[in-house]
Write a protein that binds this ligand. Structure first.
Ligand code: DGL
Length: 279
């Protein structure tokens, strides 16, 4: 039976379109759940920013999501999960899941020589390395910071020859170490799977943490009695930057043009008090 709380939306957020990889998993694994998606597109990329800035952005987004009355939050962003999870757990009284632990868990079940590609902030935090070694001290971990990937995805340059060139360079040291497992340590990276997959040796298994974080969310909703058994509402898409740009970019992964609202968070530069939207 669905409780009133069960009918509420699950809030998910990312700096941009990366969180769509988590949204797609939600559609597959939890088709009855209604979702509120937020992309902080006015301030992306997150991965080249200072930890204090990332924590501040996440606090602001979490505050807004709680105001929207969501029943759970999935941080569909590795950088936010790596840098701000502690703050979120200390300051917000709502179920929150991050992608790092589910991703690390999937990797240690898969292999022993684990490569991690991530944003500079996630790689520098060592969040994946620490989580993996805590789960299995016999694993070896190599982390590569990939600052060019998020801008290339957000500029819709996935099939640009330059993207292949950059990816080849990032993957080379991992391939040299004969990794058997590769964690996509940024939610934007599964969108680069056609590129990355073409460059990885056949024996390397890629891990998309989105698959596991959504499975974990399903279990948590069950335990808390928060599953929605009715039909899902259409996903609400909100961004802090230009809504049309997000709509145009995301259509290729969503299969339809989303209606996108612009949201004004308190410290996004140039935030007036009104709302604008695009259908
Ligand atoms: N997609 C996010 C992540 O998983 C953020 C990337 C960025 O904005 O740098 O890390």
């Amino acid at each position: 039976m669905t409780t009133d709380s069960g009918q509420k939306r699950i809030g998910i957020f990312d700096s941009g379109v990366g969180g769509l990889t988590v949204l797609t998993q939600l559609y597959q694994q939890l088709p009855n759940e209604s979702i509120l998606y937020f992309g902080d597109t006015a301030r992306l990329p997150y991965g080249t920013r200072a930890a204090s800035e990332i924590v501040h952005f996440v606090r602001e987004i979490m505050t807004w999501l709680v105001e929207q009355d969501v029943k759970m939050v999935i941080m569909a962003c590795n950088t936010s999960s790596a840098l701000a999870m502690e703050m979120v757990q200390a300051e917000f009284d709502i179920p929150v899941l991050g992608v790092i632990l589910p991703g690390a868990q999937a990797a240690v079940q898969q292999g022993k020589r684990i490569g991690v590609i991530a944003t500079p902030a996630t790689a520098a935090s060592n969040a994946y390395r620490n989580a993996i070694l805590e789960m299995d001290a016999d694993c070896r971990v190599w982390q590569i910071s990939c600052p060019a990937f998020v801008p290339l995805v957000e500029q819709n340059r996935i099939h640009d020859p330059y993207t292949y060139e950059v990816a080849r360079e990032y993957l080379a040291p991992l391939i040299q170490q004969h990794i058997d497992t590769l964690i996509y340590g940024c939610t934007h990276y599964p969108l680069l799977a056609p590129v990355l997959g073409s460059l990885l040796p056949a024996g390397v298994k890629p891990i998309d943490p989105a698959v596991r974080v959504v499975a974990a969310a399903a279990r948590e909703l069950e335990v808390l009695g928060l599953r929605n058994s009715g039909a899902a509402l259409p996903t609400r898409f909100c961004v802090s930057g230009p809504p049309q740009q997000f709509a145009d970019l995301s259509v290729q992964w969503l299969g339809c043009t989303p209606a996108v609202e612009k949201i004004f968070l308190p410290t996004v530069v140039g935030s007036p008090v009104s709302l604008e939207s695009v259908e």
